[in-house]
Design a protein around this ligand. Sequence first.
Ligand code: SF4
Length: 296
Amino acid sequence: MATEPKPVSVELKSSLAVVQDHSRHFSDFTFVYPVISRRSRGLSIGINVNPDKICNFDCIYCEVDRRIPGTVSRVDLNQLRDELAAMIHFAQDGGLAKEPKFNEVPWLTRDVRDIAFSGDGEPTMIANFEEVVQVVADVKREAGLHTTKIVLITDAAGLDKASVKRGLELMDVNAGEVWGKLDAGTPDYFKLVNRSNVRFERILENLLETARARPILIQTLLLKVHGQAMDADELEAYCARLNTITAGGGSIEMVQAYTIARPTPEAYATRLDKAELEAMATLIRTRTSLIVQTFD
Ligand code: SF4
């Protein structure tokens, strides 16, 4: 059997086209799409439970083009089950490696690192979150992917909903991980960057409560707004929020600090350079003693 050559290092450079391209549309699939993700260190099968593009945030850096209307508004569980099983089989069978988009990294396309709820909107807003998690867990188990993670990438606004909490408990026993967004230290900066009507305090409470029940990852996008990076006071306030979570009994496994990687609709939202991102990450490490990984 032919095997694809493996590089000595599997560090995923942001310049790779396949890393740049995080399209949530693949072939005629509605809910499932494959991406090569640096944060997952390989193949991540995305579950887009929000083809309707509904979100309770309106982040200034959001890549979702909401000028084009969304599609279906309810996740069809049977269709999701069929699509996910087919995508896993396609990857494991080597079909994905032959796709033009993936043929520059064929050695990464057979091992499903994670299955991630990450779509064109906020996954915790759907009505049947718990049932969706159950379907994903069932398909994962049937495919023998016992160590493959189920990742929820969330803005944290819906983590206090009863159905979401039950879904998180299902994730806990199926190699689940919660990656919660926190981009600000104050309500004003939260409003500026995330443009949400959800109360900032609710986001913080949800992160704390979720982190008390299982370790979570914090995802923080750092950027420039009209040429200005988050100022020193805001960064201190942000670090204090992380410390409040850990002091309150929450467990933060890691902070993933990253910046804009792809074009955004708001031209005034721009990326940090590597040195700026690293300097902020260093300060976060110093103030919180947390592990901080950067992705520029
Ligand atoms: S939370 Fe995610 S999907 Fe929603 S607006 Fe922000 S970046 Fe876009």
